[in-house]
Design a protein around this ligand. Structure first.
Ligand code: COI
Length: 355
């Protein structure tokens, strides 16, 4: 692999590869051997290195633990039949991470550091990329404050880390969701558009209530009127209503700018699929469920991929959705995206970095 940054590597003396059961991967539980680390101090990113994956030395006064300056990304690498590794839209993740950084008063990470750290790490741990359809290497870049200081202000120092995990499906079956009209994930002017830890922390309590009631996830509504569908806890959501794809816009700052969402929109546009980036109201959704015009609903996300929604609870009433069909838009889009990711379909949009 051609590299532009010389990153020192300290290899592990005990690889966990041989003891890992690749046929039985639980999402996020198995971590590969190495991690990429960079530190931010005195206004610059320094000490770039790859080292064995291991515990961090944290001070109890670490600012991220108290005030939540912490952002992350998620992306995936795939292995093709030639044993080459294909990473999907990493540049888009690098860009989104910097958008989150700006919102959270954190330093941006130069794209060269993000990409070189990522590519050199995945190249080193390339034997951790599982083969086979549905399997991939989930990549988790993240950044957090490292000042040890008990006072509310942006930290002066940060750590940026990338580690990876071989994974199977995040959702192994279709997903059931409940429209949430009491709790709020994000409001305009808040941090909903940033991929920051606190957004996920705030979602846990309401999501747990829904899970206890038998649903996998929530469908969040806007914080002001609770009348418009925004996104789900782990994915953006899309609805096919009478052949038109409807998905919430991301310009309100309340919705994560999903890269899978963007990829689906690009494909829909290229294929001439009618598309509306607008808020679907809860009452419109309920009407479409009642009168049968909702052909399908699905989530889009890096971890979730294209997740078929099988049941939606609206205003306390459960609606079963039609089974996933092989002529549905979501089926076609999943097939196309998988084809590009695993190298079976030519990547005409420059979405793949190959190592
Ligand atoms: C991803 O899809 O990469 C995410 O960050 C969602 C996470 C909850 C697994």
């Amino acid at each position: 692999m051609k590299t532009t940054l010389a990153i020192p590597v300290q290899k592990t003396t005990h690889s966990k590869l041989a003891e890992t059961d690749f046929s039985n991967l639980v999402f996020g539980k198995t971590i590969s051997d190495h991690m990429f680390v960079a530190d931010y101090k005195n206004g610059e990113w320094t000490d770039l290195r790859i080292e064995p994956y291991g515990a961090l030395d944290l001070h109890p006064a670490n600012a991220a633990l108290h005030y939540g300056q912490s952002i992350f990304e998620g992306m995936k690498a795939y292995k093709n039949e030639k044993g080459e590794i294909l990473i999907f839209r990493a540049d888009a993740n690098a860009q989104r991470m910097n958008e989150s950084a700006v919102r959270m008063c954190m330093p941006e990470i130069p794209e060269e550091i993000f990409m070189e750290g990522l590519l050199q790490l995945v190249d080193l741990d390339r034997n951790w990329v599982p083969s086979g359809k549905g399997a991939s290497l989930y990549i988790r870049p993240y950044m957090f404050a490292t000042d040890n200081y008990i006072g509310v202000k942006p930290s002066d120092t940060y750590k940026f880390i990338i580690f990876t995990c071989p994974v199977g499906a995040y959702y192994s079956k279709p997903v059931s969701v409940k429209v949430e009209t009491e709790f709020t994930r994000a409001t305009e002017g808040g941090t909903g558009g940033a991929k920051t830890a606190g957004n996920y922390a705030a979602s846990l309590f309401p999501a747990l209530q829904a899970q206890r009631a038998g649903y996998d996830q929530l469908l969040w509504t806007d914080g002001k009127s609770h009348s418009k569908i925004e996104e789900s806890g782990t994915m953006n959501v899309m609805f096919d209503i009478n052949g038109t794809l409807v998905t919430a816009p991301t310009n309100t700052g309340t919705i994560l700018k999903g890269i899978t969402r963007d990829s689906v929109i690009r494909l829909a546009k290229d294929w001439g699929k009618p598309l509306e980036e607008r808020f679907l109201t809860v009452s419109e959704l309920q009407e479409a469920l009642e009168n049968g015009t909702l052909r399908e609903a699905f989530g889009t996300g890096t971890a979730a991929t294209i997740a078929h929604i099988s049941k939606i609870n609206v205003n306390g009433k459960d609606y079963a959705l039609p089974e996933k069909k092989s002529d549905s838009f979501s089926y076609k889009v999943l097939h196309e995206l998988d084809g590009i990711k695993y190298g079976d379909i030519v990547d005409t949009r420059s979405w793949i970095s190959k190592i």
